[in-house]
Design a protein around this ligand. Structure first.
Ligand SMILES: NC(=O)c1ccc[n+]([C@@H]2O[C@H](COP(=O)([O-])OP(=O)(O)OC[C@H]3O[C@@H](n4cnc5c(N)ncnc54)[C@H](O)[C@@H]3O)[C@@H](O)[C@H]2O)c1
Length: 313
């Protein structure tokens, strides 16, 4: 295993970045973060020995400057909301497609050896019979999913054309500490429980997702950085467990000690896939990745984090 000492993490002040950057710094890497703080927050990196540069991934000059002296990139920066992409597909395209292109092109110019990028399982593949894996045919049903697929396309092309060693990691639905600014279903449920409002379920509760703890995703990203896999590789990093939104609501209510907290059902929303979970077999073979935080442990741990860090007033 070998990775360059200096790493640029785009979007490192966001939810996944907060855990990943801590992990990389603890492993001895020199880390610089480029983030426009649109959804991220400098406070997510408080007390961490990291250089935070405020700037935009669509700005080629900012990328060139920020990359100076660094040998690898983990590209997390994105407009990450499916619903947001349905409401404003152009901004989503701009940040995720043009932005990813700019990051890859800057890597090419700077001779950066390795680029690991965040991609997505469910949204990119669309409605397919789960479990999905690397052989599933991508058919995104939201602009967000399409933008991530385009990013993977450019990464593959830059690997084959310019020899940049790109690896795309397709995440399941990530949860864990520092997710409070996201609109993910888990933190929306926790906030509703805290405020006494009913949990809102869109659809009949049978829609499912693959909930993977942010510690496991950060591990997958570090493994992708450090292992010598061919450029253009795409891997699913997930829990491999299907959880319906009804089961998630139950796990959240149990974690918070309110198993009878009320639930309200509303019509299904456009752009969201029905059933989804993923197989991580290939990531296991290629990287030795395996999830280590089961939902029965991770969800109560995240509730505790919310109580200590978000609901303390
Ligand atoms: N959280 C999940 O469940 C999940 C699932 C699949 C894939 N992903 C992907 O993982 C990555 C990280 O997601 P996250 O959940 O931490 O989201 P996040 O919104 O918390 O983090 C994204 C970060 O990127 C920054 N950013 C956004 N646009 C930028 C731009 N133009 N220039 C510079 N910085 C910019 C934001 O300020 C933020 O800090 C994203 O690429 C997302 O698409 C996340």
């Amino acid at each position: 295993m070998s990775a360059p000492d200096g790493i640029l993490v785009t979007g490192g002040a966001g939810f996944v970045g907060a855990t990943l950057v801590r992990r990389l710094v603890a492993s001895g890497y020199r880390v610089r973060v480029l983030d426009n703080l649109s959804t991220g927050d400098a406070a997510h990196l408080a007390g961490v020995d990291v250089e935070l540069v405020k700037g935009d991934i669509r700005d080629a000059e900012a990328l060139d400057e920020t990359l100076e002296g660094l040998g690898a990139i983990i590209h997390l920066a994105a407009a990450g909301s499916v619903i947001g992409s349905v409401q404003d597909p152009e901004t989503n395209f701009d940040v995720n497609v043009l932005g990813t292109f700019r990051v890859l092109d800057a890597a090419r110019r700077a001779g950066v050896e390795r680029v690991v990028q965040a991609s997505t399982g469910g949204a990119l593949i669309g409605d397919a019979t789960p479990p999905v894996d690397e052989r599933s045919l991508p058919k995104p049903i939201s602009p967000y999913g399409a933008s991530k697929l385009a990013g993977e396309g450019y990464a593959h092309a830059f690997a084959k054309t310019y020899g940049v060693r790109t690896v795309a990691i397709r995440f399941g639905n990530v949860y864990g500490p520092w997710c409070a600014r996201k609109r993910g279903v888990l933190n929306v449920f926790f906030e509703s429980i805290h405020s006494g409002a009913p949990l809102i379920i869109y659809g009949d509760g049978t829609a499912s997702r693959d909930y993977v703890h942010v510690d496991d995703i950060s591990n997958a990203l570090q493994l992708a950085l450090e292992n010598d896999v061919p450029g253009g590789t795409v891997l699913h990093a997930a829990s491999g467990v299907e959880t319906t939104v009804q089961e998630l609501a139950d796990l959240c209510r149990q974690a918070a000690g309110v198993p009878d907290h009320p639930i309200e059902y509303r019509p299904k929303r456009a752009g969201e896939v029905g059933r989804n979970f993923a197989s991580y077999d290939l990531a296991n073979q290629v990287l030795g990745y395996a999830p280590s935080v089961p939902r029965e442990v991770g969800i109560p741990r995240t509730w505790k984090w919310f109580q200590e860090e978000v609901f303390r007033d």
